[in-house]
Design a protein around this ligand. Structure first.
Ligand SMILES: O[C@H]1[C@H](O)[C@@H](O)[C@H](O)[C@@H](O)[C@H]1O
Ligand SMILES: [Fe+2]
Ligand SMILES: [Fe+2]
Length: 376
């Protein structure tokens, strides 16, 4: 580009004047200096100047558009979810320790100003969340889980697509979660988009992010309108001792299985290294969605099914309990679950995703890995 700076002056009589710095070399090869054309009115302009003025005006408009597009881009950036993604050089050393694999910056606190998963912090939600776990721990017994599995294995409730299910979650708020009080569809998209930024090539993991909590439709009237304690919250094995690392462990004392010697030892009804696949987990959205995905013959890899099934099993993936029940395949899959968990947990925020904008991408993934309609 020869022209480095252009100014256009328009006076009140409609005359135009161009001025600026012209970098074009003249016939002697020297760079000419400042220039000024005009003022021009339609009648005073020479025909050869039309072309020149047209070009100058074009260059000026081009410049305008450039700066306008930069401005527009900045506006979009503000509107778009940021999740704390920042260029690494922009963040302080201290914060850099919290940068995940591809640049996702783990926020220091949740929207309510507390650390994530702080179940004791005094907050408006603390007592209701604790009460949720009290009821959950009292009721999730071996027999209860068995009955729920038998009922929901039938997959005879509804026929619908994955996306239709995402939309159903619009109205669902999870009462067990101290970090989020937004409708679940927000959480699904926030998780998926956060993963997509850091793992652009793992499309199966994006879709896993989108669908991992779909099992929460169990709260919906069409699915029996199960109570929150039978759908959400952390999960844990039943049929063996409840590990002390499970949240609000003290409430298990009122669980039917707590004093049952068949179920209250380290191994209970299981054996060393039997594999998590053979372990009954407390009933909820994880196991249900796993069932739906598997029985509808998803082509997602086994790591995805593992993530969906055990993402609420914090006693395992956070505290390392129950490892004695794992087999080799579980050990491999656990690595992916631990990656996934960071995005599931720390992407929770008030930043809304533009659903319509990302929808075509996720529809294409759904088509790749699932049938058009699923049995639920
Ligand atoms: O409260 C949350 C929520 O229900 C999540 O969906 C679940 O995966 C978490 O484990 C739990 O702590
Ligand atoms: Fe979940
Ligand atoms: Fe989640």
């Amino acid at each position: 580009m020869y022209i480095s700076q252009i100014y256009v002056n328009l006076d009140f009589q409609g005359r135009t004047e161009f001025s600026g710095k012209d970098r074009r070399p003249n016939s002697q090869g020297r760079i000419s200096g400042n220039y000024k054309y005009g003022p021009f009115t339609k009648s005073t302009m020479q025909p050869d100047l039309y072309l020149r003025n047209f070009l100058l005006l074009f260059a000026f408009l081009l410049r305008l558009r450039l700066s306008a597009s930069i401005w527009i881009q900045e506006t979009i950036l503000i509107d778009q979810p940021e999740f704390g993604f920042e260029a690494e050089e922009k963040i302080s050393k201290n914060e850099q320790e919290l940068v995940l694999d591809g640049g996702f910056v783990v926020p220091n606190s949740n929207f309510f100003g507390h650390s994530f998963r702080d179940y004791d912090a005094e907050s408006a939600r603390q007592s209701s969340v604790e009460n949720f776990y009290r009821i959950n721990h009292i009721n999730q017994s071996y027999d209860f889980v068995k009955r729920m599995r038998e009922e929901y294995e039938k997959l005879n409730k509804v026929e619908m697509s994955i996306w239709e299910c995402c939309e159903l979650l619009n109205d669902v708020v999870d009462e067990s979660d101290p970090d989020l009080d937004e409708p679940q569809i927000e959480h699904l998209l926030q998780t998926a988009e956060a993963i997509r930024k850091d793992y652009p090539n793992e499309d199966w993991l994006h879709l896993t992010g989108l669908i991992h909590d779909l099992g929460k439709v169990l709260l919906h009237p069409n699915f029996g309108e199960l109570p929150q304690w039978a759908v959400v919250g952390d999960t844990y094995p039943v049929g063996c001792a409840f590990d002390e690392s499970i949240l609000h462990h003290k409430y298990f004392q009122e669980n039917l299985d707590f004093n049952n010697t068949a179920y209250n030892t380290k191994h209970g009804v299981y054996s060393e290294g039997c594999g998590l696949n053979n372990v009954m987990m407390s009933w909820g959205h994880d196991d249900y969605m796993y069932l739906v995905a598997k029985e509808n013959h998803t082509t997602l890899p086994s790591a995805a099914l593992f993530i969906i099934r055990y993402h609420s099993f914090y006693a395992l993936h956070k505290s390392g309990a129950y490892r004695h029940l794992m087999n080799e395949e579980d050990v491999e899959n656990l690595k992916w679950l631990q990656i996934f968990n960071k995005y599931d947990l720390y992407s929770k925020s008030k930043v809304r995703i533009d659903v319509e904008k990302v929808k075509p991408y996720y529809l294409s993934l759904i088509e790749k890995y699932f049938p058009a309609k699923l049995r639920w």
